[in-house]
Design a protein around this ligand. Sequence first.
Ligand SMILES: [Zn+2]
Length: 410
Amino acid sequence: MSGSVAKPITHQQTQPVVGRLAPSPTGALHLGNARSFLLAWLSVRQQHGRLILRIEDIDSPRVKPWGMQSTIDDLRWLGLDWDAGPEAAMNNTVSVRDSTPPIHGIDYIQTRRLARYQQVLEQLIADGSVYRCTCSRSEVALAASAPHESSLATLEGPVYPGTCRPSKKSDAPRSLSTDKFVWRWRFADGEASWNDQLRGIMRAIPAEQLGDFVIARGMWPDAPPSDFGMWPDAPPSDFGMWPDAPPSDFRMWPDARPSDLHLSDSHLSEQRADFPIAHWNCTPAYQLAVVVDDHDMQVTEVVRGDDLIFSTFRQLAILGHLGWRPPRYIHVPLMIGPDGRRLAKRHGDTRLSTFRQSGVSPERIVGYLAWTLGLQAAPEPLQAVDLIGRLDWQALPLAPTIVDNARLPW
Ligand SMILES: [Zn+2]
């Protein structure tokens, strides 16, 4: 590996636990998100560890400019706190999307760490861990055809079939003639496994069952002028899902628009093959940013919803390649609607901000969430701090909790 590879951190046995709350600032923290954050907070507080609030504001079309403040307000209102977070940076800037250097050494806002992600991306490009993919979303969906029989990823959408995957690391990419492309992580063959602290050993054959995944989106600097600033493929912000899902590449990637380039494809491909990396316009995707953040912020414990179990295979692949020590992972059950689907708008409004505005106290919500987790016998009002000492992972239910919005206890 090159000299720029960060050295793995050696954790001492006595090193305190470092956990993180990592919301995407979409302005819509709902009961399900709140419960996962409550557990992440509770676990760290019980272990007298250190908690980070990190704002994951890249790579999601649902991020809203006011979402960061409203997310922070919701978490505070619930009674959660943290030892490091974005507030210092927020107080010193007009826009969270500007690129002012960090004020206290590290930023806890992803859009302010783009240069760091780019640095790691360049390393991964240089060592052949990733390859360029020029497939459109519809091409991926078509080529993926029927879901893999035992696919872990059917919940996430089509598995990328490897259309652009070079057979050797030195192979030229299929085509460099479209304006936009993504960098895909090239999964190694064979089985991968890791130990979820709640669910035990998780196994998969990532290259087959999950497929190579997007770690950055790129655009050629010589692409024709376009009328967009970031990415043009953001769906309208009010579409049906709640924002707890990480953006998945097939939904984010737009259909390729017709090229209006004057050069022939082959001519362009030759020119672009040697284009300096530094001149590309790259936007890191969720999987890369999370890995770099967890490493740089020395996170030792990740508590999050079990819809991210598949992503853990992806993040561990990157971590392992870079020689970075992974945190321990605890994937907690989700809250679902009566129809068995992940809590979403179709199930009614379960946003904390809505409950707050209608006069529900945070203690009622915390008490209800604690009851659904078996942390108390009835949904009695309770402060978050009152839960410290009550969490026993071995006793936590593994099944999702069904939420009937019409029958909440308030
Ligand atoms: Zn492709």
